[in-house]
Write a protein of this length. Sequence first.
Length: 253
Amino acid sequence: MTTLVVDDLSMRFGGITALDGLTMRIESGQICGLIGPNGAGKTTLFNCVSRIYQPTSGSIRLDDLDLLSMPAHGIAAKGVARTFQNLGLFPSLTFLENTMAGSYPRGRSGFVRSLLRWGTGSEETRLRARAYRLLQLLDLEHLAFQPAADQPFGTLKRLELARALAAEPRLLLLDEPAGGLTHGEVDELADTVRRVRDTLDVTVLLVEHHMPMVMGISDHVVAMNFGRKIAEGRPDEVRRDPEVVAAYLGTSA
């Protein structure tokens, strides 16, 4: 179980301030929804936490680990995994193989040994078994040996989630996972995220524009606008906050 603490985080791109002194905290085991209009800074925060960006100032801590002291390639091994708005799967590989690809940061053999397959049999067996269990958790086991190509978009979204979970994260970042899904698929996704949190004891930070989903599954919600935090608290509190209403509707409640 993992606590994420973001303190006074700022990110500037030339004269543009994408994050402006953002401070927030996600307690262990929470699903935290991060909401705000387009351009609010949500994805910029994700990119700072996952070390794609180096923020201008501030700090990000995962329990006692200073994430900003870590190189980007070391983040997954420290327990941070994320999905992206655009899928990046391997179409010719099976669902099982795509899921196993996410296990590399937790592998023990190293890149060269894995590439040359020197003494990796027992580890491959272990990773394959874990990948299959994740596919079962996400109701994808019937597709384990099918290629990812030409599968429905909603199914591939769940596969991408399985691949992220294969890295055994303590903190899971979900970047607009409901994008492009049907209403029924969004409901399934909401149930899946809850099941993942409860089964794997993972802390979840969720960026999503689908408000019913966010408000329905989040324990805590942080609202942003123009790079600043404008509200936080329980979903029912945040949805009624006048500044949140103004940010979305352009008028005070």
